[in-house]
Design a protein around this ligand. Structure first.
Ligand code: AMP
Length: 198
């Protein structure tokens, strides 16, 4: 099972991806997590990405495409994977197509979590509060000012991907405003239908 979770920051992609990892035993490939790990490790990629991430802008396509291409060749991706937060630009979406066709594999589906913008800032503020309360590090970009830039980047560069996948007949939309369990159930129904259609 290979799928892409699309949706703005705060839509619940990470939460849902984690549930799918548990259910299907395939890894969640979150470029945000990979980049944060690179920043933490102080690697060359991390050094180049840090300021861009802190400002809420997108890291270059070349950097993220390279880290994903390397990641999908690892053994745990053999059965499939969930792309979370990637692709985020049309250039990245084209890169996914060639990465998969070079390996003789294909995507099963693309699921867009549709959410109301007005709910997003509240969710991000809550994520920061929850992390703090749990004694976990609070993401530097989880604050309203940077969030506004992240949302702008989303509409400018990522939202066009819904048209891109719709045109390919791959896009499925799920109401991301429903409860977490209801969203999971809807995603699972989409995945079951995709598995039957295979
Ligand atoms: P996320 O955890 O998905 O919200 O990503 C956090 C930040 O990492 C984003 O605001 C970007 O700066 C960077 N990032 C994550 N994924 C990508 C991507 N696919 N393309 C470009 N930048 C990304």
């Amino acid at each position: 099972m290979r799928l892409i979770l699309l949706g703005p920051p705060g839509a619940g992609k990470g939460t849902q991806a984690q549930r799918l990892v548990d259910k299907y035993g395939i890894p969640q490939l979150s470029t945000g997590d990979m980049l944060r790990a690179a920043v933490q490790a102080g690697s060359e990629v991390g050094k180049r990405a840090k300021a861009v991430m802190d400002a809420g802008e997108l890291v270059s396509d070349a950097i993220v495409n390279a880290i994903v291409a390397e990641r999908i060749d690892q053994a745990d991706c053999a059965k499939g994977f969930i792309l979370d937060g990637y692709p985020r630009t049309l250039v990245q979406a084209d890169a996914v197509e060639s990465m998969l066709s070079d390996r003789g594999i294909s995507l099963d589906t693309v699921i867009e979590l549709v959410v109301d913008d007005r709910a997003l800032v509240g969710r991000i503020v809550k994520r920061a509060e929850d992390a703090k309360a749990a004694g976990q590090p609070v993401r530097k970009d989880d604050n309203p000012a940077v969030f506004e830039e992240r949302l702008r980047e989303y509409y400018k560069k990522t939202a066009p991907l819904t048209g891109y996948y719709y045109a390919k007949g791959r896009l499925k939309t799920v109401d991301g405003m429903a409860s977490i369990d209801a969203v999971t159930a809807e995603i699972e129904a989409v995945l079951e239908a995709a598995a039957k259609a295979r």
